[in-house]
Design a protein around this ligand. Structure first.
Ligand SMILES: NC(=O)c1ccc[n+]([C@@H]2O[C@H](COP(=O)([O-])OP(=O)(O)OC[C@H]3O[C@@H](n4cnc5c(N)ncnc54)[C@H](OP(=O)(O)O)[C@@H]3O)[C@@H](O)[C@H]2O)c1
Length: 308
């Protein structure tokens, strides 16, 4: 099968190569796995800096590694212990960080990491929902415990994760303030933010007290945001561990987890027109290396359409 591999951490994205690799079948698939023919794949820009791209769960070198952990596709084989999915079923989901991923024609993935993809949802849209949908859902509702009537400040609201967080928070009945660069204002408002703070020209501190900050930027912005949080509120960040704490509240840093029930809820919202994806570019597996290495800045998610 065709797959993109990386072997050299120092080379970064420039070290990606399109090669022929053996298809995962009985041998590449473990207990509880299915093999999926990948139709659409997503890759996160900073994946190549994650240790899990280079080592397995026992800390052993696992290169050459296939990156990309978001997928939509069709199940082609089931291994022992697989429950809930069948051969021929359309699925979407998130693959294990420490195993070969989805920039390939086939991938072995634990069935429990996948959800059924309804027949009326395109594979490209399915793949584009996975990472932002799960991250926004878990950040807002599991870690941030957001409820109707509360207020949330979403950083990077015109971005991939931020735009999803804005939509889900609005739908849940929260008051949503988005932030970002000046040119992100209209996008954030179009996704449903009720106010927008231009971090380059406005004063963040003027945003006033909020119950939750959903941070995708980290650094000084996360630090200053802690001061905006009301007593009992939460700073949720997806940028890594931080010492920053609201004066009378919690800070939660997390990494997104696969979740079948959440994926099913998210895709249902898409079908009902209650949320939309933020896709910036669609490329093919043959062109993926060039697409990722392009100096042109794409706003929104890049999806690799592996199979037409
Ligand atoms: N922990 C987890 O589980 C998890 C899951 C998913 C993503 N992530 C991480 O979350 C981060 C965001 O991901 P994403 O896919 O949403 O990225 P993205 O689409 O690039 O979104 C970031 C948004 O913030 C804006 N922005 C960036 N720096 C800014 C600054 N200094 N001031 C104002 N606005 C700024 C960007 O504007 P421009 O487009 O103009 O730069 C963009 O609108 C990434 O670092 C990603 O790796 C973590």
């Amino acid at each position: 099968m065709k797959a993109i591999i990386v072997t050299d951490q120092a080379a970064g994205i420039a070290g990606m190569k399109l090669v022929e690799r053996p298809e995962p079948n009985g041998e590449g698939a473990n207990y509880g796995d299915v093999v999926v023919q990948v139709y659409a794949s997503g890759f996160t820009g900073d994946e190549l800096s994650w240790p899990s791209t280079w080592i397995d769960r026992l800390g052993r070198d696992r290169t050459p590694s296939i990156p990309g952990h978001e997928l939509a596709g069709v199940v082609t084989a089931l291994s022992y212990g697989t429950t809930g999915l069948s051969v021929g079923q359309r699925v979407f989901g998130l693959t294990d960080w420490t195993r070969d991923g989805t920039l390939a024609e086939y991938v072995a993935v634990e069935a429990r990491n996948l959800a059924p993809l309804p027949g009326d949802v395109d594979f490209t849209a399915g793949a584009a929902l996975v990472m932002p949908g799960l991250t926004a859902w878990q950040g807002l509702f599991e870690h941030g415990r957001l409820r109707a009537g509360q207020s949330v400040l979403v950083h990077g609201a015109a971005g991939v994760v931020g735009s999803m967080a804005v939509q889900l928070a609005r739908e849940a009945g929260a008051y949503v303030i988005g932030t970002g660069r000046a040119d992100g204002r209209q996008t954030a408002l179009d996704f449903g933010a009720q106010e927008f703070v231009d971090l380059e020209n406005d004063v963040l501190e003027d945003a006033g007290g909020v119950d939750l900050v959903f941070d995708v930027l980290g650094g000084d912005i996360a630090k200053r945001s802690a001061g905006l949080i009301r007593a009992g509120g939460t700073l949720v960040t997806i940028t890594g561990p931080t010492d920053v704490r609201p004066a009378d509240g919690l800070t939660v840093d997390f990494v997104v987890m696969p979740d079948r029930t959440q994926l099913s809820g998210i895709v249902q919202r898409l079908r009902e027109g209650r949320l939309r994806t933020h896709i910036g570019a669609i490329s093919t597996l043959d062109d993926a290396v060039a697409t990722f290495n392009s100096t042109r800045r794409v706003k929104g998610k890049t999806i690799i359409r592996v199979r037409p």
